[in-house]
Design a protein around this ligand. Sequence first.
Ligand code: NI
Length: 244
Amino acid sequence: MRDHGAPGISWALLVLCFALALSPAPQPAGDRTASGGAEVEIEPEMPVVALTFDDGPRAATTGRLLDELALREVPATFFLLGHRLQGNEELVRRMAREGHQIGVHTFDHVPVTGLSRQDFGLQVGGVRAQLRDILGDGEFWLRPPYGQADGNTRAWADSPIVLWSVDPEDWKDHDVSRIVSAVTDQVKDGDIILLHDIYHSSVDAAVQIVDELLLRGFCFVTVEDLLAWKGISPEPGTVYRSGR
Ligand code: NI
């Protein structure tokens, strides 16, 4: 059993991952131990990855994605645009209720590099305030549009900054099978996968990616849980591209 003392990890999710890793050939219940939620025996070599979705929420596509993720009990991380929040509050509450991590992707998808301190505050802090109105307290980590982060971004982020290590460029051609292959051909333990939940094609691809990787024994967690599982303590202003 590996030693992983990082705080804040969602043990329930990891128990679930353990169960999924054993399927489709379940082992006797005695092979797994849990003691007060503090001790879980997990395959050390089990690959763990985080699915992330940018640019939403969009009712027609995000709602369907949440349905599919719920069916599979797979958590994801959503980086939301402030201008899409009004009218989608219930969708955002559902994300939180169903165990997904929620972060900020600016108000209207501007590059944050080159912004004044005040405009950065509107684009990032302002959206955090919107999210706190909807969800209550939370950290709401930052994913800057286009993955662009400079010294000011790091200094002003006020949260960890999340980029990615696998990008199938799902916005480019909406070709589901190409998007699926672009992820499943290269994904490995610790990866953060970038998709966009505003396209039906990306939702279709996400479902196929999840099903394929579950079959291969991958475990899906939020970005926060990925870092915790890998023993990384997230720091404000630090850029994370993967759990490696
Ligand atoms: Ni974006």
